[in-house]
Design a protein around this ligand. Structure first.
Ligand code: NAI
Length: 308
C-alpha cells in the first residue's frame, strides 16, 4: 500500500513518521517544493528503521510527481501554516492555489487515489478539492474532526482525571475555533455520560478549551502544532488503507445530511477502503442543530471568499 504526502513540513513529516513506525503502509513518498527538503525528511525517518523497527520504504522528491504514481492515498498538507494572530480564514487565498495545483498533479499519476485534505482552512480546501477534481464524494476527505476530537478527549480526561483512552467524545461542525462543536452531551467515560462526573460549568470549560486548542498551541509554539495533527492524519489513513471502518468525524460533502447541502463539514463517517463509506446520522438536539446551522453559515461564508 502506497501513500503520498504532499508537504514534507511539520504535519506531513510527522504523519510519515507515524505511518512508518506503525507499519500502516508499505511505501510512503514525501513531496515538497523546497529543494531537497522532502528527500532529507524521508532519509531522516528511514534512518529510524532499525531503531524504531519498521519496514516501510520512504522516499522524497522535490516536485517530481511521477514518483507518486500508483498511490492508494494522497495526503495534502502543503500550504502555509497559521502564524500567531492569523486566522485560518486568512490562509485561504494562498492555500487554495497550492491545493488545487497539487490535486491536479497527484491525480495525473494516481487516478484512483483517495485524497485526504489537511491544509487550512480545511473545510473550504476540501470543498475546493472536490469541486476542482470532480471526484466522487467518498474519495475526498477533510481531516479536522479526528484532531479536534482527540483534543476534546484530552481535555475531558484532564477534567475527569481519568486516562484519555477510557474517554469517548466527538467534535463535529467546521474545523475552526468558533465553528467546531464538541458534543459534550454525548461524551462518556467508559460508556457513562460525563455529565455524571462533571458539572455543566466544567463541561463548558472543556468545550471552550477544545475550541481554542489549536490556537493555544500556536501561541505556545509560535507556529501551529504537528504531533497530534500528524498522528490524526495517520489514524485516518490507517482506517482507509487497512479497511478499519473506524467512525471518525471528517469533513465531507453534505447532500441533505444534517440539514445541509453543497458544503463540506465535519460529521461522523465510517472510513474504510472506499474512503467515506457512510455518513452516520447522529440525532442532535435543538441546541446542537442550531450550532451546526451557525457553523455551516460560517463555513459557507468562507467558501464564498474562495469564489471571489
Ligand atoms: P509547514 O510549513 O511545516 O509545511 C508545509 C510544507 O508545504 C512546507 O514544507 C512547504 O514547502 C510545502 N509546500 C508549500 N507549497 C507546496 C507545493 N505547492 N507543493 C509541495 N509542497 C509545498 O506547515 P505544517 O505545520 O505542516 O501545516 C501544513 C498545513 O496543514 C497548513 O495549512 C496548516 O494550517 C494545516 N494544518 C491543518 C490541520 C488540520 O487539522 N486540518 C492541523 C494542523 C495544520
Amino acid at each position: 500500500m502506497k501513500v503520498t504526502i504532499v508537504g514534507a513540513g511539520n504535519v506531513g513529516a510527522t504523519c510519515a513518521d507515524v505511518i512508518s513506525y506503525r507499519g500502516i503502509a508499505s511505501e510512503v513518498v514525501l513531496v515538497d517544493i523546497k529543494e531537497g527538503f522532502a528527500e532529507g525528511k524521508a532519509m531522516d525517518i528511514m534512518q529510524c528503521a532499525t531503531t524504531t523497527v519498521f519496514n516501510t520504504q520512504l522516499s522524497g522528491t522535490t516536485g517530481d510527481y511521477s514518483k507518486t504514481a500508483g498511490s492508494d492515498v494522497v495526503v495534502i498538507t502543503s500550504g502555509i501554516p497559521r502564524k500567531p494572530g492569523m486566522t485560518r480564514e486568512e490562509l485561504i487565498g494562498i492555500n487554495a492555489g497550492i491545493v488545487k495545483s497539487v490535486a491536479d498533479n497527484v491525480l495525473t499519476h494516481s487516478p484512483n487515489a483517495i485524497i485526504v485534505v489537511v491544509s487550512n482552512p480545511m473545510d473550504t480546501m476540501t470543498y475546493l478539492t472536490l469541486k476542482a477534481t470532480g471526484l466522487p464524494k467518498n474519495r475526498v476527505i477533510g481531516m479536522g474532526g479526528a484532531l479536534d476530537s482527540s483534543r476534546f478527549k484530552y481535555f475531558l480526561s484532564k477534567a475527569l482525571d481519568k486516562p484519555a483512552n477510557d474517554v469517548q467524545g466527538m467534535v463535529i461542525g467546521g474545523h475552526g475555533d468558533t465553528t467546531m462543536i464538541p458534543l459534550t452531551r454525548l461524551a462518556s467515560y467508559n460508556g457513562v455520560p460525563v455529565s455524571n462526573f462533571l458539572s455543566q460549568a466544567e463541561l463548558d470549560k472543556v468545550a471552550a478549551d477544545t475550541m481554542v486548542g489549536g490556537a493555544t498551541l500556536t501561541g505556545l509554539l509560535g507556529t501551529s502544532a504537528w504531533y497530534a495533527p500528524g498522528a490524526s492524519v495517520a489514524y485516518l489513513v490507517d482506517s482507509i488503507l487497512n479497511d478499519q471502518k473506524r467512525m471518525i468525524p471528517c469533513s465531507v460533502l453534505l447532500e441533505g445530511e444534517y440539514g445541509q447541502e453543497d458544503i463540506c463539514m465535519g460529521v461522523p463517517c465510517i472510513i474504510g477502503k472506499n474512503g467515506v463509506e457512510k455518513i452516520v446520522d447522529v440525532q442532535l438536539n435543538d441546541a446542537e442543530k442550531a450550532l451546526f446551522a451557525k457553523s455551516a453559515e460560517a463555513v459557507r461564508n468562507m467558501n464564498a471568499d474562495l469564489k471571489s
